[in-house]
Design a protein around this ligand. Structure first.
Ligand code: PPS
Ligand code: ADP
Length: 213
């Protein structure tokens, strides 16, 4: 029997013979999670895809979990209420953790607007010995005006017209991270190119030993 909420009862952890270290040796990289957070239209998916491509070209195995895509399957029963967003982020956090444990560089790209949800994810990713942080947070620090001007999906327009309620940045909050490893920002009003954004993350991964076993 298991409880409806919280920790399961009468369920036991089963350890497998092949561990994370061995898997990492096989793929010559460190399993980790690159968590990209920011407003709709800030460039999360663009960075995720560009990073995925750059890592692939270097022979590194990565996989993108994009909020929009995951909401078509695993999370299709979730909407945008604060509770549903929390559950969305919790589930993607748990899946990302499994991917990282498998040895992959998991690129999670979600608005993830609330600090407490992102903090919960970070806590989840700290390994059992609290030695090695597995999660790097990337904050797309792109002004709302720029995101709104892009409005590729026309959602800001609908939100401004009151046709979508609880839209992040308009009538639902986005709480900027206080503790991100990487910040993507405009310089003199110009956004770095997708290649440059990916290079910034790759440089962090390389410099911190994630691209070798
Ligand atoms: N109310 C509201 N607020 C914000 N975004 C909305 C909303 N309704 C739909 N969308 C679309 O859903 C995409 C965000 O999904 P996420 O899973 O990343 O959101 S969250 O992390 O759970 O907040 C987001 O995609 P991106 O533009 O790629 O960020 C939007 O296209
Ligand atoms: N660095 C960039 N420079 C210029 N345009 C960008 C950049 N990143 C994203 N864009 C454009 O902005 C729009 C939104 O990007 P997207 O990656 O879909 O954002 P998000 O996933 O955060 O909603 C797209 O049209 C994309 O081509």
């Amino acid at each position: 029997m298991s409880s409806a909420m919280g920790s399961p009862t009468n369920v036991f952890w089963h350890e497998c013979a092949v561990g994370k270290g061995e898997r990492q040796k096989l793929v010559n990289q460190q399993g980790c999670v690159v968590w990209i957070t920011g407003l709709s239209g800030s460039g999360k998916s663009t960075l995720a895809c560009s990073l995925n491509r750059e890592l692939h070209s270097r022979g590194k195995l990565s996989y993108v979990l994009d909020g929009d895509n995951v909401r078509h399957g695993l999370n299709k029963n979730l909407g945008f209420s604060p509770e549903d967003r929390t559950e969305n982020i919790r589930r993607v956090g748990e899946v990302s953790k499994l991917f990282a444990d498998a040895g992959l560089i998991c690129i999670a790209s979600l608005i993830s607007p609330y600090r407490k949800d992102r903090d919960a994810c970070r806590a989840l990713m700290t390994d059992a010995n609290f030695i090695e942080a597995m999660l790097l947070s990337v904050f797309m620090n792109i002004p709302l005006e720029v995101c709104e001007r892009r409005d590729t999906k026309g959602l800001y327009k609908l939100a401004r017209a009151g046709k979508i309620k609880g839209f992040t940045g308009i009538d639902d909050p986005y709480e900027p991270p206080l503790n991100c490893e990487i910040k993507i920002e405009q310089k003199n009003g110009v956004c770095p190119t997708p290649c440059d954004m990916a290079a910034q993350v790759v440089s962090y991964l390389d410099g911190n030993g994630f691209l070798r076993a």
